[in-house]
Each structure stands twice: as structure tokens, then as C-alpha cells.
Design a protein around this ligand. Structure first.
Ligand code: CA
Length: 232
């Protein structure tokens, strides 16, 4: 049965799992539920593949040959907000993984029932899908799977970083976000960039908003504090 009825094309799941038997079980369970699935048995190509193919969701095992799940997750989060579920064989690993703030959206411990995994996939996709409906009252529509932003129906050509900035700001209209908070929203590893980076990205984002058919700038600088999104 196709449970992806909210979408015209099936959701595409990337499954990175080195245990061949388990990968096969999961792949079958996901396909039975209407998902398109790409399977990889090691981590070495995973983030490049995500960059090129823009899947709807990534199911990523922690311990992998080639490149481990931690590294792959960090690489993906450097350019993508794709919904990501991490699987691990050790339940005690999960707290540590959460502490590392990798940016995974959910964690599943092995052994698991493939049906349970499919249910978590479905739930996470639904959550992500709801989110892209629109930050309320802004006229914005943000498609996180494709990094596509629309403002009153008009497409904005944003970079992934600008997309995340706009998402972070518009999600909390009227609230000031500090440059540090914004850096957290746009980069996985923000030690490598300075506060000024936020200012240049904000400048580019405002220029694009002003150049759009809506021709407005909803982003306000708050001196000494940061930025906020203002709904007129
Ligand atoms: Ca493994």
C-alpha cells in the first residue's frame, strides 16, 4: 500500500547498513510501504550520494566500513537538513550520540523490527512534511527536502545556508536570535566561522528577499544582539 499519498513521487530513502541480511529486510519493508530505496553497504560514498541525489530521508548505521556513521552524519549536516535516523547496536550509545549533537533526528537501537523502523521513517517524514507547510503567518513555504523556499508563492533562489537562516528566523517571528544561535542553525561545525559570516549571509538573504516579487525585507538587525524576523 502506498502511504506516501501526500507526495506525487515516492519518498526516496537512502539506507546505509553493512549487514547484508538486515539491509535486505529493511529494504523490503520500506519498499512494501511505498518507498523508493537505495542501499549502501559502507559509508564511504554516502554523503556524496546525498549531495547529488537529495533523498527524502537517510537511515544511517553507526558502525560502518569505509566511513563511520558519525562522520557521515556530520558531513551530511554540513550541507543538508534531510531527515536522518541513526541506528546503533548499543542502546548505551544513544545518550552519547545525542550528547554529540550530531543533528540526527531520531535514533533506533538494534535489534529492531523492520516494521518499527518503517513506522519511525513515516513519522519523521510526516513531521518534516508538516514543517514545510509554512512558518505560520509569514507567507513563507519552506521545502526542507529540496531547500526550496517560496514567499507568497514566488520561488526564492537561496543557498542551503541562506535557507537555514531564513528557516531559523522565520520559525520564531519577533524573537531576536543571536549570531551564535544563527551560526548553530546554519553550520554543524561553527568553530571554523566567525560572527561576521552570519552578517554576510544575512546581507545576501535580505538582498534576495528584496529582489523577489514580494520586495520586502522582514529581517531586522537588533543592535548588539542579533536579528529577528518581523511580520508586517
Ligand atoms: Ca554496522
Amino acid at each position: 500500500m502506498d502511504r506516501n499519498s501526500e507526495s506525487t513521487t515516492p519518498h526516496h530513502v537512502l539506507l546505509v547498513e553493512d549487514e547484508a541480511g538486515l539491509a535486505e529486510l529493511l529494504e523490503r519493508a520500506l519498499r512494501d510501504d511505498g518507498y523508493a530505496v537505495t542501499v549502501m553497504h559502507d559509508g564511504s560514498e554516502a554523503s556524496d550520494w546525498v549531495r547529488r541525489n537529495d533523498p527524502s530521508l537517510v537511515l544511517l548505521d553507526l558502525i560502518l566500513p569505509g566511513k563511520d556513521g558519525l562522520t557521515v552524519c556530520r558531513e551530511i549536516r554540513a550541507f543538508s537538513t534531510v531527515p536522518l535516523i541513526m541506528t546503533t547496536a548499543k542502546v548505551e550509545e544513544i545518550d552519547r550520540l545525542i550528547g554529540l549533537e550530531l543533528g540526527a533526528d531520531d535514533y533506533i537501537c538494534k535489534p529492531f523490527n523492520p516494521r518499527e523502523v518503517v513506522a519511525r521513517v513515516r513519522a519523521l517524514l510526516r513531521r518534516s512534511f508538516d514543517w514545510r507547510e509554512s512558518p505560520q503567518g509569514t507567507g513563507l513555504s519552506l521545502d526542507e527536502e529540496r531547500f526550496e523556499a517560496y514567499w507568497n508563492g514566488e520561488a526564492l533562489a537561496l543557498t542551503p545556508v541562506e535557507f537555514r537562516l531564513l528557516k531559523a528566523l522565520s520559525h520564531r517571528p519577533g524573537r531576536v536570535l543571536s549570531r551564535a544561535q544563527l551560526l548553530n542553525a546554519i553550520y554543524v561545525d561553527h568553530r571554523v566561522v566567525s560572527d561576521r559570516t552570519v552578517d554576510s549571509h544575512i546581507k545576501n538573504l535580505r538582498r534576495k528577499l528584496l529582489a523577489s516579487p514580494v520586495a520586502a525585507d522582514p529581517i531586522e538587525a537588533v543592535y548588539g544582539m542579533g536579528y529577528k524576523f518581523v511580520i508586517e
